[in-house]
Ligand binder design. Structure first.
Ligand SMILES: Nc1ncnc2c1ncn2[C@@H]1O[C@H](COP(=O)(O)OP(=O)(O)OP(=O)(O)O)[C@@H](O)[C@H]1O
Length: 373
């Protein structure tokens, strides 16, 4: 049945300015399935699907050009998908049958450049999407301005605000109509990095306090870990892995996802007796075929110097630097010469040329099948 052909009942009901639709308790607030979008025959987004639960923040993370913004724009209705479906609060926003325009979707939008209306003062910016009675709108604007510490700025114009203040106005403008889902595209990236942490924490507090469901695009893995209940990693238009930050960090789907979160030390070898034999020792290789090649990735903070008696692999120090909270030791394994990095807490600076021993912390190694095996 084409639910868009005759005027769909929900299409007149769902509006950013109406009360939020309530999904069933177990139903995700945002459901994205099999979204595809091609530009001039080239796939920008291919078969992307994930859910966001009510009140949760999901970060869409990936390198530049991987399709994050296009995905967000399709959910917002700014971009029309070639195929796939978007549901919010259990109701279709777009699918094979039709497409609801952005102004009819119960979403709030925050972009990198904040996109405030320059000719409207702060109060009018915040109240822009409100459609209730004037008195009710005034109360809502006042409440939100107070919540973000901008009560004294209501009559100012955007150009009279700092970047952090503009960001807060953009955030509460999008929140004011109580959208079901906030869609945020790199909302903090235009802020000076000294300002960013504070603004981000304040935004997160507000979003959590209001139990807002959020999908946020970012290319910064640390920001995704900091903000997201869940992270969805995209690469070349595809969703590679979706899960909690600790799952992505500790059990990445592949080497690419692992590398997104930190430098990696890589050693490889063949699987024998259920373990891959490498220059850093043998590591369990569950699920990998006997005799196949596998590679082992170890994050620098998990490759630690050991006592000679405890064992470990000998390594020749090339460089050691003190970075404040930690020291970074660069070395080459002996034998073999593979370059490795170790990040150790505090001031540990072995002399260049000296021989140390290193080992992976138990359980820290990430083992992947080599491509084509
Ligand atoms: N309107 C368009 N016309 C043609 N190509 C487009 C259009 N919009 C996006 N693309 C292409 O689609 C791909 C994905 O773009 P998208 O902006 O979604 O990536 P992104 O992950 O958000 O990147 P960034 O982090 O740099 O913003 C890119 O190759 C981009 O050049």
């Amino acid at each position: 049945m084409n639910q868009f052909a005759s005027p769909p009942e929900w299409a007149s009901q769902v509006d950013a300015h109406d009360a939020a639709p309530d999904p069933a308790p177990s139903q995700p607030m945002l459901e994205v399935s099999a979204l595809c979008r091609r530009f001039a025959g080239v796939a920008a987004v291919e078969d992307v699907g994930f859910d966001v639960a009510q009140g949760e923040v999901t970060c869409l993370l990936g390198p530049s050009g991987c399709g994050k913004s296009t995905t967000l724009r399709m959910i917002a209705g700014i971009e029309r998908p070639d195929s796939g479906a978007v549901r919010i609060g259990g109701r279709a926003m777009s699918d094979a049958g039709g497409f609801l325009p952005p102004e009819r979707r119960p979403v709030g939008l925050v972009f990198q450049d904040f996109a405030l209306f320059p000719h409207l003062d702060v109060a009018a910016n915040v109240g822009f999407g409100l459609q209730g009675p004037a008195r009710q709108n005034r109360d809502r604007i006042g409440e939100l301005l107070e919540r973000v510490g901008l009560s004294g700025h209501a009559a100012k114009y955007p150009h009279e605000l700092s970047g952090g203040e503009q960001q807060r106005v953009a955030l509460i403008r999008a929140l004011a109509p109580r959208p079901c889902v906030m869609l945020m595209d790199e909302p903090f990236s235009s802020l000076d990095h000294r300002l960013r942490d504070g603004v981000r924490d304040a935004a997160l507090d507000l979003l959590r306090e209001t139990e807002t469901t959020v999908l946020m695009v970012t290319h910064d893995p640390e920001e995704a870990m900091l903000m997201g209940h869940r992270i969805a990693v995209m690469r070349k238009g595809r969703l590679i892995q979706e899960g909690r930050p600790d799952e992505l960090y500790n059990r990445p789907a592949d080497r690419g996802v692992a590398a997104f979160f930190s430098d990696l030390n890589i050693v490889s070898g063949r699987v024998s007796g259920g373990r891959v034999q490498t220059g850093l020792g043998a590591f369990p290789a569950p699920g990998l075929a006997e005799g196949s090649r596998a590679e082992v990735a170890i994050r620098p903070q998990h490759l630690v110097p050991t006592d000679t008696e405890t064992g470990g692999t000998p390594a020749r120090v090339e460089r050691a630097r003190y970075l404040g909270r930690e020291s970074l030791i660069e070395m080459r394994l002996e034998p073999g010469g593979a370059a490795m990095k170790s990040r150790v807490p505090g001031l540990i600076l072995p002399a260049p040329g000296s021989l140390i021993h290193v080992a992976a912390q138990p359980g820290s190694a990430m083992v992947f099948a080599c491509d084509g095996e």
